[in-house]
Design a protein around this ligand. Structure first.
Ligand SMILES: [Fe+2]
Ligand SMILES: [Fe+2]
Length: 291
């Protein structure tokens, strides 16, 4: 078997990685405001979103008897906490650029708090597992081909590369919690992916549009950017559209995240970090090794 083809890898907690985000340009995706703000709009939700994922998994922690899963839950929590810290630094940059990050985060934080308070633990773990399905698929689609992020600033590409490989490492954790101790009805599990997908991408587009307004683009300019830019994500040959068959696998009764191979060049990131201790070099090698 090809050493680079693996179906599941174990979470490893890595902390204090420096991506030099204070040195990135405003429009770090090839000077393209729309693509930059779409990724920024997604990125800025990670600290508050990942806190919610942690809370959802914690609701079931006492019920887990499998020691291996207990261990993986601990590492999942620690990995997501580190992602929050790193993306908070990205948020600091966006704030420095005059973006209404605080406003977005406060709104989202309240919504997540309500979900935990009002909805059942079953609903929350299903939303979390579904979100993890989406993050693992995004990791794959954004890094499987070199040309996709070709024009992205290497520091940002490295930040997302690290996040991507760790999402691969823990993609089955919330899912296994849901399956083993969640007692989540199948209808809830399936609905959760549809709800999460609509909210995640709908609000990402909304926030990107607001940020572009703060960047000084008028309504017409923003509409033109959206018409031109959205197909890159959602068009017939869009980067997210490319994952539709893996996305749909969620709806199979016997689906498990490990049915999808881990991204082909996963080991390159691991080996380069071990050699260089530099997460930017690891991200660069990882991106370079894509097809
Ligand atoms: Fe994460
Ligand atoms: Fe995650």
């Amino acid at each position: 078997m090809n050493a680079y083809v693996k179906n599941q890898v174990e979470p490893v907690v890595r902390s204090n990685l420096d991506f030099k985000l204070d040195q990135i340009p405003r429009f770090w995706f090839n000077g393209d405001p729309f693509k930059t703000r779409m990724f920024d709009a997604l990125s800025l939700t990670f600290p508050v979103g990942e806190r919610y994922f942690i809370q959802s998994v914690r609701l079931f922690r006492d019920k887990i008897i499998d020691p291996e899963l207990q261990h993986k839950v601990t590492d999942f929590i620690r990995q997501e906490a580190q992602h929050g810290i790193a993306h908070d630094k990205m948020n600091d940059e966006m704030k420095r650029q005059g973006m209404p990050v605080e406003q977005f985060i406060n709104f989202l934080g309240k919504r997540f708090e309500e979900l935990i308070q009002v909805r059942s633990p079953q609903y929350n773990i299903a939303i979390t597992a579904a979100s993890e399905h989406l993050t693992a698929l995004m990791a794959e689609t954004f890094y499987s081909k070199k040309e996709t992020l070709q024009d992205v600033h290497p520091y940002v590409r490295a930040l997302f590369a690290w996040h991507a490989i760790e999402e691969m490492e823990h993609r089955d954790v919330a899912f296994d919690v849901m399956k083993q101790v969640g007692e989540v009805p199948e209808t809830t599990r399936k609905a959760a992916l549809l709800i999460t997908t609509c909210l995640m991408f709908g609000y990402t587009f909304y926030r990107a549009d607001v940020m572009l307004k703060y960047d000084g683009f008028n309504r017409l300019q923003r509409a033109q950017m959206a018409v031109k830019g959205l197909p890159w994500f959602f068009g017939r040959h869009g980067k997210l559209t490319a994952m539709r068959s893996q996305f749909m696998d969620w709806f199979k009764a016997d689906f498990h995240p490990s049915q999808h191979p881990v991204i082909r060049q996963y080991q390159v990131w691991i080996d380069t970090l071990a050699e260089t201790n530099d997460p930017i070099a690891a991200g660069e090698a990882f991106w370079q090794a894509a097809l």
